[in-house]
Design a protein around this ligand. Structure first.
Ligand code: FAD
Ligand code: NAD
Length: 406
């Protein structure tokens, strides 16, 4: 009898959780499992702010997919997904096409640009290993060029971070640790460097605990960050940004580097595939399947689930993507085995949120308790190590874990 074919798209948090669970739960004769990813490595998206600022080498944030999958059970295809033809049950890759019986869509998210002029051309985003490397190199280049030019352009040393959500704040924490090193390296006076954070909402980290937000702002201001709150970026130019507070006139900030960290949408492949979506995110059924597609599961940043308590979507996080991966794997196994049991409903179990402010500082709420400083930073590293453990067990923690905890 022909074995059912399960195709998992994306080797991020959601995809790898699904595959590592499927390979444990299914025998070789029960199903064919195929994993597709554009690189032969997985990267810890949650560490990309460190690689982007240059406080961690980009090789530290990634590991070989082969090191966590069982090749006797899982076929790995290193290719880029271009489309999904749902009616034909086919995935179109840059290298050919594959068919599926069950599809797990876990291609993550993409930066939300809101159609802002110049953003795609002149701003950087913290999205993957390549963009992280590019940001680090670009900032280095600006400092190196400033050191050599006769007619010194101080705006080269200005860095704008658009968005004071978790990504923007975590990046600023790393950046403010990296800039003094860069100044020493290139013999530049630190007072010449300007670091701006431009946030459209009336507060930094909208919706987060106000006391913790106050702590984070004070810590970052102490290290030289200038916050422009209630100010939306309207345009990015080759010279910097144009922003406005409410209806006020546009203000120009000249800057050699603009980092866009103002939110994510789902994968554009979802839109191409014509699966019902909102900003490329699929409001999945409780069992994580796409409405109207009993053979397609969508997890991670391309899925949308509602927090019934506040009637708003949960923010897309690695925490949720990994929990979805576990439930998705169990549900796929039920379908493959033709189990009479109902598919499991997904309910996020939010254990807390910790936002780093550099290597030795953080803010967070975990298990209902507020934390700041080294205690919160310790917790953040434990969370990072736990993610490694969940996918690759103790061997991966030993190889990639964060042990600089004190
Ligand atoms: P990802 O982990 O992004 O994986 C998607 C995978 O699909 C990648 O391997 C990618 O290469 C691959 N892919 C994409 N498109 C294609 C294609 N067309 N073809 C083939 N392969 C493709 N969340 C937390 O819970 N805690 C945190 O501390 C935290 N920190 C963060 C820090 C930063 C700097 C950022 C940017 C995000 C952070 N998040 C955090 C959010 C978290 O990283 C995401 O929610 C999470 O990565 C989503 O997981 P995913 O499996 O959906 O996608
Ligand atoms: P976000 O949506 O959480 O924050 C984006 C911020 O950008 C918002 O505060 C928004 O008001 C602001 N913004 C939007 N348009 C703007 C404009 N034109 N000008 C200026 N500011 C503008 O997005 P994020 O920080 O990229 O995070 C993405 C997801 O990843 C979230 O779900 C977040 O919870 C998660 N994440 C979690 C952690 C953590 O748990 N430590 C770290 C990073 C990211």
């Amino acid at each position: 009898m022909r074995k059912p074919k399960i195709v998992v798209l994306g080797a991020g948090y959601g995809g790898l959780m699904t595959v590592t669970r499927l390979q444990k739960m299914l025998g070789q004769d029960e199903a064919d499992i195929v994993l597709v990813n554009k690189n032969d490595y997985h990267y810890e998206t949650t560490w990309l702010h460190e690689a982007s600022a240059g406080t961690m080498h980009h090789d530290r944030v990634r590991y070989d997919i082969d090191s966590v999958i069982n090749r006797s059970k899982v076929e790995f295809i290193c290719a880029e997904v271009q489309d999904v033809k749902t009616a034909d049950k086919k995935v179109i890759l840059n290298t050919g096409e594959i068919d599926y019986d069950y599809l797990v869509f876990a291609l993550g998210g993409e930066p939300e640009t809101f159609g802002i002029q110049g953003l795609k051309e002149y701003a950087f985003t913290i999205s993957n290993v390549n963009t992280a490397r590019q940001i680090r190199e670009h900032i280095d280049y600006q400092f190196a060029t400033y050191a050599t030019e006769t007619d010194k352009k101080e705006e080269r040393l200005a860095i704008v971070v658009g968005g004071a959500g978790f990504t923007g704040i975590e990046f600023l924490g790393e950046l403010t640790n990296r800039v003094p090193e860069l100044c020493r390296e290139y013999d530049i006076d630190y007072s010449k460097v300007r670091i701006y954070c431009v946030e459209a909402a009336p507060t930094v980290l909208p919706g987060f605990d106000p006391e913790l937000v106050k702590y984070a702002v004070a810590q970052l201001e102490k290290k030289g960050v200038e916050f422009k709150i209630g100010t939306a970026i309207k345009e990015v130019t080759p010279e910097g940004i144009k922003a406005a507070k409410g209806e006020e006139e546009l203000e120009e900030i000249k800057a050699g580097t603009v980092i866009w960290a103002a939110g994510v949408r789902g994968s554009s492949i979802i839109e191409k595939a014509e699966i019902e979506n909102m900003r490329a995110r699929v409001k999945v059924n409780p069992d994580l399947r796409a409405p109207g597609h009993d053979d397609i599961f969508v997890i991670g940043d391309s899925s949308l689930i509602i927090n019934e308590e506040i009637n708003r979507p949960y923010p897309p996080t690695a925490q949720i993507a990994m929990q979805q991966g576990e439930v998705c794997a169990r549900n796929v196994v039920k379908l493959v085995k033709g189990s009479a049991e109902e598919l499991e409903s997904f309910k996020p179990d939010i254990k807390g949120t910790v936002c780093s402010l550099g290597d030795d500082d953080a803010i967070g709420v975990a298990f209902g308790k507020k934390m700041t400083g080294t205690k919160a930073s310790f917790m953040k590293k434990m969370i990072d190590n736990r993610a490694l453990f969940m996918i690759g067990g103790p061997a991966l923690v030993l190889k990639k874990g964060k042990f600089n905890i004190f």
